[in-house]
Design a binder for this molecule. Sequence first.
Ligand SMILES: *[C@@H]1O[C@H](CO)[C@@H](O)[C@H](O)[C@H]1NC(C)=O
Ligand SMILES: *[C@@H]1O[C@H](CO)[C@@H](O)[C@H](O)[C@H]1NC(C)=O
Length: 791
Amino acid sequence: MTENISSIFHFAIIIILIVVRIQLSDGNEFFVNRSKTGLFHFPKDLSLKTTVIDISQNSLSELQISDVLSLTKLRILIISHNRIQYLDFSVFKYNQELEHLDISHNELWKISCYPTVNFQYLDLSFNAFHALPICKEFGNMSQLKFLGLSATRLQKSSVQPIANLNISKVLLVLGDLYEEEEPEVLRDLHTESLHIVFPPGMEFCFALDVSVSTAVSLELSNINCGPDDNRYSNFPNVLSKLQKNPRLSNFTLNNIEMTWTSFIRILQLVWPSNIQYFSISNVKLWSKPSCEEFNYSNTSIKTLSIHQLVSYVFSLRQDCIYKILSNMNIQNLSVSGTHMIHMLCPLQMSPFLHLDFSNNLLTDTIFEDCGSLTELKTFNLQKNQLKEFASLIHMTKKMNSLQQLDVSQNLLTNNEHEGDCSWTESLLTLNMSSNALTDSVFRCLPLKVKVLDLHNNRLTTIPKDITHLEALQELNVAFNSLVDLPGCGTFSSLSVLIIEHNSVSHPSAQFFQSCQQITSIKAGSNPFLCTCELRDFIKSLGQLSSEVVEGWPDSYKCAYPESYKGILLRDFQLPQLSCNLALLLATIGATLLLVVASVTFFCIRLDVPWYLRMVCQWTQARYRARHIPLEELQRTLEFHAFISYSGHDSAWVKSELVPNLEKAGLQLCLHERNFVPGKSIVENIIDCIEKSYKSIFVLSPHFVQSEWCHYELYFAHHNLFHEGANNLILILLEPIPQYSIPNSYHKLKSLMARRTYLEWPKEKTKHVLFWANLRAVINVKLTEQTKETDQ
Ligand SMILES: *[C@@H]1O[C@H](CO)[C@@H](O)[C@H](O)[C@H]1NC(C)=O
Ligand SMILES: *[C@@H]1O[C@H](CO)[C@@H](O)[C@H](O)[C@H]1NC(C)=O
């Protein structure tokens, strides 16, 4: 309890600190935080400019003028939770700016007074004072907004000095030794809000007259009446005195322990008062409720809130409690953190506008077929035991005004065969987060829903064939297993999408085309697959402003492939080439073209094929030469080669061919030189051919036109061209166009077509190879005969 209150005040102090900080934006504020640092004395090393000091939760036992003397700028001093026993206000003589002093939770039993006027916040609560620590000088603190006091004995006279002040809030903590007091003891206290803390832990039901005529808000903490109804008997008196204050509208009971009967009696007593907001929290109840009729008339209550209630009795007849609660004629009812398992449908048309039954044990049977909640606008069933999605629809069916329904953190499941989808049409906000709902839930949703929260369920995809939710503006599907972003075809008004923590690996950029109205998207913490396909999505995200893409760039990271893991999507880049297929093909194409072009170029320029052919022929010739039976050749042959050519080409033959071959020691038969007179040309030729190892024909257009016919007959006769015959060497001196060969020369045509000729190269550089090749073809050892001929 004490902890609670002190934490509330700490919170208040933090707010004040923030406010002070904002007000003094000139940067002159100096904050010193030495809380929980094991101090025994006030720190001496503080800057003279210090304005705020927090030295709470230490072991200080005194505060001297020398400690704070020089801190003339000091505005806020927090020394709560120390061991100070005595405080002389004159120590602050020179701290004219001091307006906030928290010295609560010490061991103060005595104060000495000094005229101080500037305090706005003075907390002396939770100390060891006997009488109220109020000096007559306090009467001058016209700015005082909060005053915390503690005492074990109250006297009307001790409040007197501050009777002229209007304090916003007074906290009065009563000590253990609290005694019976005179009536109307707090009559002179003028405050809007009074919080009285009774001593905790002891069985005690107060008899204090808490009526303060000015209070709008009254909070009473620690009311322990135990399991005995008799101890409660003072309470009606107290409450009846409260009625005398027509201004009192907020009444809070905190930390109470009593019987069920007393509890319901308190409700009944407060019911016809002026109180509008009645809040009860941290309740422990004994014995069983007696089921008396509850009188609902003449109430001013708008809101009743019961928070954290435990019952010490297990076998409880709960029906009458449900009956009392459900038939209340108020607008707001909140019953949360109890073990309530059911609630009845109000017997008559209920004025409930807002029901909060969160954090109970309610099941699917709640408000089954209930037609009397037609005014209800918001209904909170968060954290209960609802299971059936279908029952939920059934429950809300007749709630014609229901706009907001929160059934988050239940056990809801839906199966495929959802019969009835007739939700109440008024529903605008539906929170079904943290349940066990699956994809088919999208087939059964309220048609006009604007805000739909389905985070933390079991969604894997959003089906395409769902009913159009044209009004849906906000969709939260975070913490599911969705693999892609939804399209906005069925959600034409979608403006907020939350889809973080799913399994979206390669979202389509198309989302941004179909969802034009998006003003906020939160899609971080998904396992993005960083490949080419993702680039369009990243580009689309990048084009949106950072207000639209929440969490950008920090929560958008690559998860795959391994090499990009952990990299922010913003920084993810792939070369243009590896992503654009057309570009890739074009590049490959271009490269191939280049290769082909350069090969072609080199072939033409350096005539590579020509060389290849020559080398090939040369190799074949060497091979064949090795396989010819030499002796036989030597017996019959006189010449290495017979050369036949046209007269037009004789210049080349005499200047190039003959010298080159004879230089190599080859014997040649030329018709001018070796023909025997008296024989016909053909006879001569045949003679020459037969004595020669090879026959060389120097082919050119002239040769074809004029000479070829001479040989046709012979060739035909001797079948020289039969398969495998290799006595023939054709040298193509000049190119012969195909058309210029007469059709009747079949043999020549076929030889040309087979390209079995040696081509005379125009380039000088190639001549060496040409001759070498030619020699290789005809080179055979005719040595003996050569010698003979020579002789
Ligand atoms: C009733 O509860 C709603 C929702 O909890 C709240 O907004 C409203 O202010 C409350 N009304 C009153 C009169 O307390
Ligand atoms: C739905 O309820 C959860 C708590 O269960 C809450 O965190 C969330 O903000 C609610 N959603 C909406 C849209 O109010």
